[in-house]
Design a protein around this ligand. Structure first.
Ligand SMILES: Cc1ncc(COP(=O)(O)O)c(C=O)c1O
Length: 642
């Protein structure tokens, strides 16, 4: 049923803005006065996690649903969000009801605010005020206030902390000052509205001129991206999307790679600081690998190949684990590790930590619950059901609370899954915490899983387990191990991995596969090319000896120290921090233009901005990268954008 259009008065729009500010203030835990309605979301410290959190109360309060895509592309400030919401409230929709309106809770809230329900499920409109003294403004104010009151009541009834609904006092320190570049956790698609520079004509002119230079130099990559985006759905099409630097937003397409160098399809040469997201520890195309792969190219699938047992021998020897499972990538390794932990313990719950990334399997795409329900994990992304994470508990990395929880809930927990050094903030790594976690899990009979996808073979031949002398029950590997071929490995104690095949048995006696089993199997498991590449990698690492990681760590240290010296003397608020041979740049400001400057100067760094050193990086490469950083900072400072 079409409803008459109602133009919303300015005062009503202001009331909606106040309501939206109130919601942001509660989520960010800062007073509304700290949020600048016309500043970009990033400048207000609003990252995509915070946005996820405000969508629900905005929908519950105003009956208007927002999507991340809308906010990424169209709504760049709190005022724009509020205007959009007000517009949707003031303009009737002839379409279907927002799902929130079908929700009984929302309908009650609306009834409480004395709104008429639209019979055909269209948008609901505020009726004329029954009180001649109150105008439409009064209605909107009342609506917002009553809805907030009811939400507070509902949350209290649901056992959430009432304080959740109360803004902090004006002088409370802001706990959310990070800009998008500092958003080092999930989700993947970050909202980046940098740089603040575009209000400044000099900076805007610089961005324009820089964009022209950059797009001329990488013209073919940009053309490739234009067609590619239409045909291939790929999260890298939009990671770090930024309105102001949109014209620079496309992945560089490679033509050739060797050692620590890559060449793009425009013929530009780069020092590669991404190295296959940490895969190519030995460099691109290391001597001998190609020949080994060529000999293996005649292998097909369907039978077992003799390389797998060699890789298993090397792996168990290096990691001290009893048995291994070969899968296709890190995600599958983590998924299988959790499954065998659950199968072997007969328990369901897994404990995770907030900074971690464990691949794109639903069961680990979780974030902590809110308020009093903090321990009840919520899906981190659309498409992940609450059911998929209901047996998951997410703690702050390194928290005492996690240790207490493991001790107190031992009979429910199958496993604690941890990235022992979180890539997204390697500085948070703590051997003491890992040791305490080992002790707590051992006492509780809980499997401890080290996800060594990044640290495996990079920090120590036995990964973090070897470096700190901590024995996990299961360790997952991938990346470096495959030397560029797809691989994932679950290495673990027999008692756990036996749940895949019932355990080893022998001939000529009465043994049989005794353990109770789950289901893990795949067409491409133990793929011959992956096995050949893994064997090559492990043999090469063994040949290079125990000192090998230290040589690469030394290069990373020289690069980080050099960067920090440049940042310090230039007075730019950026810091390089890392662990062993990988690191990240930290800043409260967007570094998008800095990264593009580096790319233009021949330093390849991918959209997730983790830096990886390899055996192939030379001292000259490091000098070249340091010089590129110095020149980039000078250029950005000269034009007032840093
Ligand atoms: C710690 C960790 N675990 C798991 C994964 C998932 O691995 P993959 O991308 O091979 O599925 C990653 C990927 O970066 C990772 O860093």
């Amino acid at each position: 049923m079409a409803l008459p259009s109602v133009e919303m008065a300015t005062s009503e729009r202001n009331a909606v803005l106040d309501g939206v500010l109130g919601i942001f203030s509660r989520i960010l835990k800062v007073p509304p006065s700290r949020i600048v309605p016309d500043a970009s979301l990033a400048e207000n410290g609003i990252d995509s996690l915070a946005l996820f959190d405000v969508f629900e109360p905005i929908k519950a309060t105003f009956g208007v649903g927002l999507s991340m895509q809308q906010v990424l592309v169209e709504l760049r400030t709190v005022r724009e969000i509020a205007s959009f919401v007000a517009g949707r409230m003031g303009t009737p929709s002839t379409g279907r009801a927002d799902p929130a309106q079908a929700d009984g809770r929302t309908a009650d809230v609306r009834a409480g605010a004395s709104l008429d329900a639209c019979p055909d499920g269209g948008e609901l409109l505020p009726p004329e005020s029954a009180d001649p003294a109150g105008g439409p403004t009064g209605n909107v104010h009342n609506l917002i206030q009553s809805q907030l009151d009811i939400m507070a009541l509902q949350l209290r009834l649901l056992g959430r902390a009432p304080a959740d609904m109360v803004a902090e006092p004006a002088d409370a320190p802001s706990s959310r000052v990070a800009s998008t570049e500092k958003l080092i956790g999930m989700p993947f698609i970050t909202v980046s509205m940098s740089p603040a520079t575009c209000d400044d004509p000099q900076a805007a002119e610089y961005v324009r001129a820089f964009t022209a230079r950059y797009t001329a130099q990488t013209r073919r990559s940009k053309e490739h991206a234009t067609e590619f985006r239409a045909l291939v759905a790929d999260c890298r099409n939009s990671i770090g999307f930024d309105h102001h630097t949109k014209e620079l937003h496309y992945p560089i397409v490679a033509d050739r790679m060797a050692d620590a160098r890559v060449w793009d399809i425009d013929g530009n040469e780069y020092v590669d600081m991404t190295m296959g997201f940490g895969v190519h520890l030995l460099g691109h195309d290391p001597s001998g690998l190609r020949d080994a792969l060529t000999t293996g190219a005649s292998f097909g699938l369907g039978l077992r190949n003799s390389h797998a047992i060699e890789v298993a021998r090397l792996l168990t020897g290096m990691t001290g684990m009893d048995r291994v499972l070969f899968v296709n990538d890190g995600t599958e390794a983590v998924m299988s590790a959790v499954k065998v932990a659950r199968a072997s313990t007969g328990r369901n719950r897994i404990v995770l930590f907030d900074l971690s990334y464990h691949g794109h399997w639903d069961g680990v795409l979780a974030r902590g619950g809110k308020g009093g329900d903090r321990l009840r994990a919520r899906p981190l992304f659309l498409g992940v059901t609450p059911g998929a994470v209901e047996d998951t508990v997410v703690f702050e990395f390194g928290s005492e609370e996690a240790l207490r929880y493991v001790r107190d809930h031992s009979s429910d927990i199958a496993a604690v899954l941890i990235e022992p050094v979180p890539l997204r903030d390697p500085t948070r790594s703590s051997p003491d915490f890992l040791r305490a976690l080992r002790a707590a899990t051992r006492d509780a009979g809980v499997a401890l899983i080290f996800d060594e996808m990044i640290t495996g073979f990079r920090c120590h031949p036995a990964g973090i387990q070897g470096l700190y002398g901590i024995e996990a029950d299961i360790a997952t590997y991938g990346k470096v191990l495959g030397g560029g071929m797809p691989i994932g490995v679950v290495a673990g104690r027999s008692a756990i991995l036996d749940s895949i095949d019932g355990g080893p048995w022998s001939y000529g006696d009465d043994s049989y596969p005794r353990a109770r089993t789950t289901m893990v199997g795949g067409t491409y498991f133990q793929h011959p090319l992956s096995m050949i590449a893994a064997r090559f990698t492990l043999e090469e690492l063994a040949r290079r000896g125990a000192e090998f990681p230290a040589t690469i760590n030394g290069k990373a240290a020289r690069l980080m120290d050099g960067f920090n010296e440049i940042f310090h003397y230039s007075g730019v608020p950026v810091e390089a921090k890392g662990f062993g041979s990988f690191f990240r740049l930290y800043s409260d400001h967007s570094l998008s233009l800095l990264y593009h400057n580096l790319l233009l100067r021949g330093v390849y760094i991918w959209e997730w901005r983790s830096w990886f050193l390899s055996a192939a990086h030379t001292e000259a490469d490091i000098d070249a990268v340091l010089a590129a950083m110095q020149e980039s900072i000078e250029e950005l400072q000269r034009h007032g954008v840093m």
